[in-house]
Ligand binder design. Structure first.
Ligand SMILES: [Zn+2]
Length: 116
């Protein structure tokens, strides 16, 4: 596996891991592992996203880190490159917007009256 110098430069520049988007060019042998586990690897590596190049690496698997495009989701802090435009917060990512949409409203619901 060949880690591009951008990954160490990225941390040295003071970026957080969730500001990272990882680009992987795997060998033909490594490709199934990257593609099948991409969502889990994104969570485990605490990065905003992982792209797997459709072409195979000629040598070892190549990994490059770039800054993920904004905006930053105010709930999960990921940068998915698109905002949901949610009525709760327009910068929520689509995944968080779907979760927040299902949450009960705080005003009225669940209140049991005054305790006094
Ligand atoms: Zn989110």
């Amino acid at each position: 596996m060949k880690l591009d110098a951008t990954s160490t430069d990225f941390r040295a520049a003071g970026h957080k891991s969730l500001e990272a988007h990882v680009q992987v060019k795997p060998t033909a042998a490594d490709r199934p592992h990257w593609e099948w586990n991409r969502e889990h690897l994104t969570e485990l590596c605490v990065v905003s996203g992982i792209d797997v190049d459709p072409t195979d690496a000629a040598g070892p698997t190549e990994i490059r880190v770039v800054e993920a495009p904004g905006p930053t989701c105010p709930r999960c802090w990921r940068r998915t490159g698109e905002a949901s435009g949610s009525r709760h917060d327009p910068n929520l990512c689509r995944r968080c917007a779907a979760v927040v949409e299902k949450l009960p409203l705080q005003n009225g619901a669940g209140e049991k009256g005054s305790a006094a």
